[in-house]
Design a protein around this ligand. Sequence first.
Ligand SMILES: Cc1cc2nc3c(=O)[nH]c(=O)nc-3n(C[C@H](O)[C@H](O)[C@H](O)COP(=O)(O)O)c2cc1C
Ligand code: SF4
Ligand code: SF4
Length: 419
Amino acid sequence: MADLKINFAGIIAPNPFWLASAPPTNTGYQVMRAFEAGWGGAVWKTLGQPIVNVSSRYGALNYKNDRMMGLNNIELITDRPLEVNIREMKEVKERFPNHALIASMMFETKEEWHDCIKRCEDVGVDGFELNFGCPHGMCERGMGSAVGQNPDVCEKITSWVMEAATKPVIVKLTPNITDITKAGLAAQRGGANAVSLINTINSVTRVDLETFEPMPSVNGYSTHGGYCGPAVKPIALNMVSALAAHPDFHLPISGIGGIETWRDSAEFILMGASSVQVCTAVMHYGFRIVTDMITGMSDYLDSKNMKAIEDLVGHTAHRVKRWEELDLNYKVVAHIDPGTCIGCQLCYIACEDGAHQSIALQEGTRVPAIKEESCVGCNLCSLVCPVDDCISMVKVNTGKEKLVWAEHPANPHQIAAIH
Ligand SMILES: Cc1cc2nc3c(=O)[nH]c(=O)nc-3n(C[C@H](O)[C@H](O)[C@H](O)COP(=O)(O)O)c2cc1C
Ligand code: SF4
Ligand code: SF4
């Protein structure tokens, strides 16, 4: 059986499944129950100067019958006194010495950072996470994403922390930025031991059509909040991939954003993460989801003949290329399995109105037919088909060599070179 134990930038944990800094890590009571349930690590709800939270504070995007496909919040960092948090972190470490306990922090001055680092180290935390990502409330005060969006400031504050910390330091990055690699490289220059990403994405989820209120409403008004949950997973995966593939970036990555299952976790790990963090899925379904994550990941590693999580890390990272590097002579076409087709003809409508008019209806049957000669292999029909694996994309042997855009005759630079 595969070993799920990890060593993430020097932080040892029984498995790669950690709770992200958020409401599930607000108290010692919760973190201890999470560890009992099987979570390998927890990043404590961000510590900082006292704040006050609003009521209400969450909004959601439901998609048809699925609740909370995206979650939005206008909550700030911990609203509990620092000494209470530190006392409870000590209790957690005493009861669970082998689990990873990370203190998330956000402060303004160097002295405040240093003071909190010392107090957290005194109670035995295993590492720190610097919250440079919160997109609401704190950034207006020059913290959170205001730091993560400015590489120079990110580098400087990271270096302040590195002066005091003797435990590993993770910089948590904001996705509210054009190029995540700039922030990641700044954290690296500042001396960070690892990065984690993503924090939440700027968003307003909904307007109440009766009252005209933006949601979540605070007495009729709202503010932009942070978006997370399953809807953000593709954005997070892209950002992890951009950092993992960057030739100058060499730090371990903790992947965050829309992770609900061992499969989501495995995708982040394949893309280059070596631990993962979860918030929304636990807020939705509770700590118990980790049981399936552990058994699923363990079985998956066994099925791939892998002995440890580290064997899985990064296998996909090098496969995300620039568009210019893709083979323009590679070709697939759609193929319908008449045995499983239920004749709904959704594929026909999608291709006819939204793609390339390459599916025909046939006399005497509800099963449509693919016009292979005009099918461009866009995937749309297979994405809309409600039956799993009913439409597959089949490779066509074109007999042509690999051809990238730089060498393609239609490339204007190539044409200039020919003439
Ligand atoms: C209600 C709420 C509060 C959060 N508070 C914090 C916080 O205090 N510090 C922090 O670094 N991230 C905070 N986050 C962001 C999460 O740690 C995580 O980065 C984000 O939710 C993406 O993961 P998910 O899709 O699994 O939720 C919060 C998220 C939510 C939903
Ligand atoms: S969408 Fe799928 S099930 Fe529906 S007609 Fe097309 S192939 Fe058949
Ligand atoms: S792959 Fe695209 S072009 Fe081909 S049949 Fe399906 S929808 Fe049409």
